[in-house]
Design a protein around this ligand. Structure first.
Ligand code: GLU
Length: 253
């Protein structure tokens, strides 16, 4: 399978903004193993701004655009350094692609990014994609990596988009505050669950359920399934590849 895996800041980092070493080590080990088993993986990783903020000792996620962009510039290096180091231990080559909304909107640029992705996969490399936050901000660009991962999944002709989240799927209401909240296992039409989006955003990340449901709508419209599951347990990616039910699956039309 060709799978786009999206991982958010809240999965990669502790609340302090510093790296969740155990989590990232497990994630890189599982992805390396799935590549060894013959799957093609594209990783869409957030974490640049959060890790930059941690590295620069800023208190929390910056709010002004120049500080966000500066934090992203620092954090993106750190992120790729860690991925290169950890995937390197399993002899996998990582490849950084930093993209903006214009790259998907402009025909020639879109062709170029699709060709690069395809060639990287042929060469056995692991593309690691983030928005180019130094020139595109949430205010001006794609804005969140749920949407970016959906665009990448469509452009790369993936079989599946997996969004690793700080929650184990889509619930009928917020399980943190409502004990009767139920996990929804399957969604056949993303429009039907728009009312369950809530508005949860954790400390360092962006997005929330609404952007994930919008991402599902986009990929489902191209006949592709999307799964939301917990990033706390990267081993779930094995279950997904074995076709076991995990998290919430949004079925492609
Ligand atoms: N591109 C942002 C970053 O790397 C994250 C966007 C998101 O969290 O969706 O920090």
């Amino acid at each position: 399978m060709r799978i786009v895996v999206k991982v958010g800041t809240s999965t990669l980092a502790h609340g302090t903004g510093m790296l969740n070493v155990r989590r990232v080590e497990r994630l890189t080990r599982v992805i390396s193993d799935l590549k060894n088993a013959g799957h093609e993986i594209i990783l869409v990783s957030s974490g640049a701004i959060g890790m930059g903020a941690g590295k620069l000792n800023l208190s929390g996620r910056p709010s002004d655009i120049p500080t966000k962009q500066a934090a992203a510039a620092v954090g993106q290096c750190e992120l790729m350094y860690i991925y290169d180091k950890l995937f390197g231990e399993y002899h996998h080559n990582v490849a950084q692609m930093l993209l903006t909304a214009d790259d998907f909107a402009d025909g020639l640029r879109h062709d170029n990014l699709s060709n690069t992705l395809a060639r990287l996969l042929q060469l056995g490399a692991l593309p690691i994609i983030n928005e180019n936050d130094t020139v595109a901000t949430a205010e001006l660009g794609i804005g969140d990596n749920d949407t970016l991962s959906a665009l990448v999944a469509v452009s790369s002709g993936a079989d599946l988009l997996v969004i690793l989240s700080d929650i184990d799927g889509l619930y009928t209401s917020d399980p943190h505050t409502d004990s009767s909240a139920e996990l929804i296992r399957e969604v056949n039409n993303a429009d039907d669950v728009a009312g369950f989006a809530g508005g949860t955003v954790s400390g360092l990340g962006t997005g929330g359920m609404a952007t994930k449901i919008a991402a599902a709508k986009l990929v489902n419209g191209h006949g592709m399934d999307m799964i939301i599951c917990s990033g706390a347990d990267p081993d779930l990616l094995y279950d997904i590849c074995e076709g076991k039910p995990v998290g919430t699956r949004f079925r492609g039309a």
